[in-house]
Design a protein around this ligand. Structure first.
Ligand code: SF4
Length: 418
C-alpha cells in the first residue's frame, strides 16, 4: 500500500519535473571518502532521453503544489491537476534505494512552492543534509534554489549540494512580468549574486585551507524557457551572456516551451518550439563560451534569429567570407577556432602539430577536422580547393546537400541492416 502510494507520487512528481532541463552534472569533483556511498566525478550523469532531456539523475519535484500561478508552468496553482508531495524522508529513501540498485547516479531536486520560499527551501536542504550526513552519500546532488529563500538556507544548501540553480524562466524582465506577474526578476538575481560571492569565497578559502568545506563545487546554473514569449534569439543570447558574465554561471540551459496549457498570453497549444531552435541556441552558447565569439557576431539587429538550417558558426563564416580562406599553417589559434568543421581540440592539435611541418588535407583529417565543411574556408599544404566562384549561398547549398546525402546514406545503411 505504502509502495503504491510512493509509486503514485513518483509518477506525478517525476512527470512534473521533466520540463526542467538543467540537470547535467558536469563540473563536480566530489570524492568518495570514509567508505561512503557513491562518487560524483566529472560527467558521470550525462544521459538524455530521445527528446533530449536528461534522465540519468533521479529527477523529481518535492511537490507540485504551488502558491504561484506562472502561466507557462503545469504546476501553477490554477491548473486542475493531481497534486502530490513527498516527505523529506521519502526522497532520501528513494534516492538511496535507486542509487544502490544502480538506477541513478545522483539527485536532481526541484519543487513547487509550498507555503513560502523558506518553508520549501528548508525541506530541500534537509534532504541534501540527510543524504550527506546520515548516509554518507557522495553522489551528485543538484538542488533548485527557491528565489526569496533566506541567505542562511542558501548557504546551507551550498554546503551539501554539488550544484545550485535559480531558474530565470523567461529571458527578459518584460516577458516575466507578462507570464508570471507575481514573480520579480530581482528575487532571482539576489540569490544568484549571493551564490556567486559564496562560491568565490569558498574557492579562495579552499586554496588556503585544504580542509575548508566545499560550497556548490559544480557552481550555479539557470534555465530559460524559449518560445513562451516572443523574445528573439538575439535577446535570449544577450540575456545568457549577461548572466554568464555577471554571475559566473556554469551553464545556461535553454528549454523549448512545451505547450500544455491554454492561456491567451501563451502561444497556441499546437505550436511548439522546434528542437532545432534549442540545439542552435546551445551551439551559439558554446561559441560564446569556448570559441571567443561575441553575441553580436552570432546574432544582431539585422539578423536577430539563428539560421535553423545551419549551425551558427557556419552561418557566421558564410556572412564573413572576407575573413577566409585562412592559412591553417600560419593562423593563430583564435582564428582557427572560427573555421567551420574545426573544434577546440582539433584547433589545439593543429597548432602543436604544425610546428613539425606544414599540414595537408590528409593530416588535417587525422587531427579530427571535418574536411567537407572546412575545405571552403582554409588553405593548407595540399592543392588549393577551387573556390573562385563560391558565394555564401552556394557554400550553404553544398554543405546542406552533403549533409542530406550523408543522412540518406546512413538511413539506407540502417534500413539494410534490418
Ligand atoms: S513558482 Fe515554479 S512551480 Fe510555481 S508555478 Fe511558478 S514556475 Fe511553476
Amino acid at each position: 500500500m505504502n509502495a503504491d502510494r510512493i509509486t503514485e507520487k513518483l509518477n506525478i512528481l517525476a512527470d512534473a519535473a521533466k520540463y526542467d532541463v538543467s540537470c547535467a552534472s558536469s563540473g563536480s569533483k566530489r570524492k568518495n571518502e570514509n567508505k561512503g556511498l557513491g562518487n560524483a566525478s566529472n560527467g558521470i550523469c550525462h544521459s538524455y532521453t530521445e527528446d533530449g532531456r536528461c534522465v540519468s539523475l533521479l529527477k523529481i519535484l518535492l511537490t507540485n503544489h504551488c502558491i504561484y500561478d506562472c502561466a507557462y508552468c503545469v504546476s501553477r496553482k490554477s491548473n486542475d491537476i493531481k497534486r502530490a508531495a513527498f516527505t523529506v524522508q521519502e526522497v532520501v529513501d528513494l534516492t538511496i534505494n535507486f542509487y544502490r540498485r544502480n538506477y541513478i547516479e545522483g539527485l536532481f531536486l526541484s519543487s513547487g512552492i509550498f507555503k513560502d520560499a523558506d518553508y520549501t527551501m528548508e525541506r530541500l536542504v534537509l534532504i541534501a543534509k540527510k543524504l550527506r550526513t546520515e548516509h554518507k552519500f557522495n553522489g551528485y546532488i543538484h538542488l533548485k534554489s527557491i528565489p526569496g529563500a533566506s541567505d542562511e538556507l542558501m548557504h546551507e544548501a551550498g554546503l551539501y549540494a554539488d550544484r545550485l540553480s535559480v531558474n530565470l524562466e523567461i529571458p527578459t524582465e518584460a516577458g516575466l512580468k507578462l507570464l508570471a506577474p507575481d514573480k520579480n526578476r530581482q528575487d532571482m538575481i539576489e540569490p544568484m549574486q549571493y551564490l556567486k560571492n559564496e562560491i568565490v569565497l569558498h574557492q579562495e578559502e579552499k586554496k588556503l585551507f585544504k580542509k575548508a568545506p566545499m560550497f556548490a563545487p559544480a557552481g550555479q546554473s539557470t534555465q530559460v524557457i524559449i518560445g513562451a514569449t516572443p523574445e528573439t534569439d538575439q535577446q535570449v543570447l544577450q540575456s545568457a551572456n549577461y548572466f554568464y558574465r555577471n554571475f559566473n554561471l556554469k551553464r545556461v540551459y535553454y528549454s523549448g516551451y512545451v505547450p500544455v496549457l491554454a492561456d491567451n498570453r501563451l502561444p497556441a497549444l499546437n505550436t511548439s518550439v522546434p528542437m532545432v531552435r534549442e540545439n542552435r541556441l546551445y551551439q551559439a552558447d558554446w561559441l560564446m563560451r569556448f570559441y571567443g565569439f561575441k553575441v553580436n557576431e552570432i546574432v544582431n539587429n539585422e539578423q536577430p534569429l539563428l539560421d535553423l538550417d545551419i549551425d551558427p558558426k557556419l552561418s557566421w563564416a558564410i556572412r564573413n567570407l572576407h575573413v577566409f580562406p585562412i592559412d591553417i599553417n600560419k593562423a593563430d589559434l583564435q582564428l582557427i577556432l572560427r573555421i567551420p568543421g574545426i573544434g577546440v581540440q582539433s584547433a589545439q592539435k593543429i597548432v602543436s602539430a604544425r610546428s613539425y611541418g606544414h599540414l595537408n588535407w590528409e593530416q588535417l583529417k587525422k587531427l579530427g577536422v571535418a574536411i567537407n565543411r572546412a575545405q571552403y574556408f582554409i588553405t593548407c599544404k595540399s592543392r588549393e580547393f577551387e573556390r573562385r566562384d563560391l558565394t555564401g549561398t552556394k557554400i550553404k547549398q553544398f554543405i546542406l546537400a552533403q549533409s542530406a546525402s550523408k543522412y540518406l546514406k546512413n538511413s539506407h545503411t540502417q534500413f539494410s541492416l534490418f
